[in-house]
Each structure stands twice: as structure tokens, then as C-alpha cells.
Design a protein around this ligand. Structure first.
Ligand code: F0G
Length: 460
């Protein structure tokens, strides 16, 4: 009776199910070809287990669904806005709130207000939409994440950390006046959902205070980051995720949020600020691009579901099960010898496509190729996070990121442990025949965020 392993389990039970189609290999082959070997162009009906993203794909609780019925659809001053504003203040600690239709709506407004032509925006690794908005506003993103983040094998617990020397070099080179803010993401998406430590954040805060530089927080997955701090950082073992989230935010001056992730809703986001002047300017701008400042592109019911979802998202039991499921899948993959980014991050498993398909050069899109192969094998839909996602620089050259990854993103509260088994088995069977897999060539390339709509053909 000794040594019993105590499993994590979901702090909820299933009340309603959505039936899935299980396709044949022939059907999948046809669908993949029609989609130009881009999983974004598949019809979701043709997908069995959908791991394209954790964005807007989570299951809402019965309380959130009940909240939808409480929607106050007044054009101005909806009571759901005031509820959301109260929750954002209480849970996240930011003073002023502007709802937006989703995260990139907030990024657009913030970038337009704070960035001038020729500005530099240092950040702990780029995110696709965030960097694009910075560039469209005339700025240049500079990566200041620690080197460990670019190495899938490095097991450092906080690969989301900022390298303060890299930041200092930028400040010395350009001057602090050219840096409107440092852009900090919690649970760094493109690095594999890697957290930033509280210690690093505090040091960054001290540095930025000295040089009078703001910190803007991409808090899309802040609760997952807080969970890793609780589990791995000294001094935080006994703190609740909610307390840790609050402390993280306290070291920053404002935030953009895609509520479609952590906050457990299918649509929504916001811009949160502590500075009145910046808020006032943003409130002017939101009416141009999103909607009135008390709805910002959302229905009243969406804001209500978000307010309730935020509360649920910072519960320790919720986040333990959420990240626990991701870790379960990652461990299964490692048992099969599949190369994944380590340590396992918060929102998904990231396959190292360079290691998985070493015979395919980055020009032939190893991660994109792998996404197509996994789908063909089992109907599991994943997403490329490599050279296609990285896109081109302002001068037209391709970015060639060190990380060439395939993301298995896990929606929250949606799939079961048996689904995780099927996913790992599919990755394993593709791994077994990896030597026979050929790369792709791009035959259609959109100008912006090309990964969404690019088309490919198989190389002969
Ligand atoms: N910031 C991060 C870190 C994100 O992961 C996302 C979206 C955004 C900002 C933009 O938010 O989609 O609401 O406009 N990430 C999704 C993904 C799309 O699949 O990783 P949005």
C-alpha cells in the first residue's frame, strides 16, 4: 500500500457533449490537399481532436452560460461592463479597463498610442500579432529573452526570463527615450509556454524604474505562469495562484489581454492601464476601432462570461488540472522518445520539428510538414510555430527563427485523458516513419501573418 501515486483530476464533471466526426484516411487526404497543407484552412468538421489553438476553444462553465443570460445589451453603460471592470481591478489589480473584441484589438490601440516611428520595443520573444502591431506603428521589436529560451533541450525552469544585459545594451545604444515600453509576456507562447520568474520580473521592474521605461504585460496566459511560479519558485509554494497573479501584475504598468485563453471565454479581450493619460488617449481610440468604451466590440453577455471566467481561471484546482493535463501529454510523448520542448509549458506541447525531421531544411517547412502528417495520420489538428509563423522582416527577408516547432495546444476543460493518449500515439506513429516524410514548398503567400492563409504543395 506504500508509494501510491496521487493523480490530479478535473475539478468539474461533464454536463453536455459535442459529438465529433471520426474520418477515414482517404477523407483526410482529400481534406488536407484542399487545405493547401495548411491546418488553418481545414474545416473544423473534418478534424477529430482540435489542437490548433487554446484560443477561444475552451469550455465555459454552467455559471458562465448562465451569465450569458444576464447580458445587458445596452449600447452604453452595460451592467456587465461594470462587473467586468470590478473583476479586472480585484483579480488583476489594474486601475482602468477598456474591453476590446480580442487581444489584438488591445495591441492595435496600445501600439498606436505609445509607439512613434523609429522606436524600439524590447520583449521576451515576439508574438505574431503583437510584433506586427508594433511594426505597423513604426516601431522595431528586439528580442531580449534569455538565450536558454531558444534551446528546446535546455531545462531551465523559467525560460521566459528577460536577459537584463540584452536590455541594457539596447538602452545604451538607442537611449531610454526611444523605448516607449518593454513588452513582457507571461507564459511565453512562442518559446513553448515558458514562464517568467517573479525574481526576474522584480529585477526588470527595478531596472525600468531607474530608466523610466514602462512595462506592458501581455497577460494572455498569466494564471498558467503563476502556477509555475507556485510550483517552482522559492517562497511562493504557499501562495495562491490568485495572489501570485496579482503580484506579477503589480510590477507592470498596463496589460493587453486575449481573454480567449486563460479567461475561459470564446471571444473577448481588453486593454488595462494604470496611467490616466494613456487610458484617456486609449478611450478616445477605442471608439474608432472597437466600439464604445463600455463594450469595445463585445456583447454585454460576452463581458459577463469573461468576468465569471476570470474568477474561475485563477482557482488553484482549475489551474492544477489544466497544466496537469498538458504535462500528462508531454510525459507520454517523451516516453515514445519524441523530441519536445523542455520543460513542458503551460498551454501545450511543442514538438521540435528540426530534431523530428532533421533531413528537411527549414526552407521546406519541417513544422508545417509535420502538422500535415499528424492530421493525415489521425485527424488531430496542430499548428506550425516556426519559419512560416515568423514571416518576413520589413525589408522582405524571411525571419529564420531558431525554434521550428509544432504546437499541440490544449483547449481548457475540453478533452479527456483518453484523447491525450490518442494524440501521443498518433505523434508516435508519425515518428516511426519520419525518415520517409518529405517537405513542402509554399505556393501562395499572404502579405501579413502568412501562417493563417498560406498554401503549400508536397515536394516530390
Ligand atoms: N498575445 C499572445 C501571447 C497570444 O497567444 C495571442 C493569441 C495574442 C496575444 C492575440 O490575441 O488572438 O485574441 O487577438 N494567440 C492565439 C494562439 C491566436 O493560437 O496562440 P487574440
Amino acid at each position: 500500500m506504500k508509494n501510491i501515486h496521487h493523480s490530479w483530476a478535473e475539478p468539474y464533471k461533464i454536463k453536455m457533449v459535442e459529438l465529433l466526426k471520426i474520418s477515414t484516411a482517404t477523407q483526410r487526404k482529400k481534406a488536407m490537399k484542399e487545405a493547401g497543407f495548411n491546418t488553418f484552412l481545414l474545416r473544423s468538421e473534418d478534424v477529430y481532436i482540435d489542437l490548433l489553438t487554446d484560443s477561444g476553444t475552451s469550455a465555459m462553465s454552467d455559471r458562465q452560460w448562465a451569465g450569458l443570460m444576464m447580458g445587458d445589451e445596452a449600447y452604453a453603460g452595460s451592467k456587465n461592463f461594470y462587473h467586468l471592470e470590478k473583476v479586472v481591478k480585484e483579480v488583476y489589480g489594474y486601475k482602468y479597463l477598456l474591453p476590446t473584441h480580442q487581444g489584438r484589438g488591445a495591441e492595435n490601440i496600445l501600439s498606436r498610442i505609445l509607439i512613434k516611428k523609429g522606436d524600439i520595443i524590447p520583449g521576451n520573444m515576439y508574438f505574431t500579432t503583437t510584433r506586427l502591431h508594433q511594426e505597423l506603428a513604426g516601431g522595431k521589436f528586439e528580442d531580449i529573452i534569455i538565450d536558454e529560451a531558444h534551446d528546446p533541450e535546455n531545462e531551465f525552469a523559467f525560460k521566459g526570463n528577460v536577459d537584463l544585459d540584452k536590455l541594457d545594451r539596447l538602452v545604451k545604444k538607442h537611449g531610454a527615450a526611444k523605448i516607449p515600453y518593454v513588452s513582457i509576456a507571461t507564459s511565453v507562447n512562442m518559446a513553448g509556454g515558458q514562464p517568467i520568474s517573479m525574481k526576474n520580473l522584480k529585477e526588470l521592474r527595478a531596472y525600468c524604474k531607474k530608466h523610466k521605461i514602462r512595462i506592458i504585460h501581455d497577460m494572455t496566459r498569466v494564471a498558467e505562469n503563476a502556477y509555475f511560479i507556485q510550483q517552482k519558485e522559492k517562497g511562493y509554494e504557499k501562495k495562491s495562484v490568485k495572489e501570485i497573479v496579482n503580484e506579477i501584475n503589480s510590477y507592470t504598468d498596463g496589460a493587453t489581454m486575449s481573454a480567449k485563453k486563460d479567461a475561459l471565454v470564446n471571444i473577448g479581450g481588453f486593454l488595462a492601464l494604470n496611467e490616466w493619460d494613456v487610458f484617456e488617449e486609449a478611450r478616445n481610440m477605442v471608439v474608432v476601432y472597437e466600439g464604445l468604451h463600455t463594450y469595445g466590440g463585445l456583447a454585454g453577455r460576452d463581458m459577463e462570461a469573461m468576468a465569471i471566467g476570470i474568477g474561475e481561471s485563477v482557482c488553484d484546482d482549475h489551474i492544477r488540472a489544466r497544466v496537469g493535463q498538458v504535462i500528462y501529454l508531454g510525459n507520454k510523448m517523451m516516453e515514445y522518445g519524441i523530441p519536445i520542448v523542455k520543460p513542458i509549458g503551460g498551454h501545450g506541447i511543442f514538438l521540435d520539428a528540426k530534431k523530428f525531421l532533421p533531413h528537411i531544411p527549414q526552407e521546406n517547412y519541417p513544422a508545417q510538414t509535420l502538422a500535415a502528417e499528424i492530421y493525415l495520420d489521425s485527424g488531430v489538428r496542430t499548428m506550425e510555430r516556426g519559419v512560416v509563423s515568423a514571416g518576413r522582416k520589413a525589408n522582405g527577408e524571411n525571419y529564420y527563427p531558431k525554434l521550428e516547432l509544432l504546437r499541440f495546444t490544449i483547449p481548457r476543460r475540453v478533452y479527456t485523458q483518453a484523447h491525450m493518449d490518442v494524440i501521443a500515439e498518433s505523434a508516435a506513429s508519425v515518428f516511426e516513419r519520419r525518415n520517409k516524410i518529405k517537405g513542402l514548398k509554399m505556393v501562395y503567400e499572404p502579405r501579413y501573418l502568412r501562417f493563417f492563409q498560406a498554401r503549400f504543395e508536397k515536394l516530390n
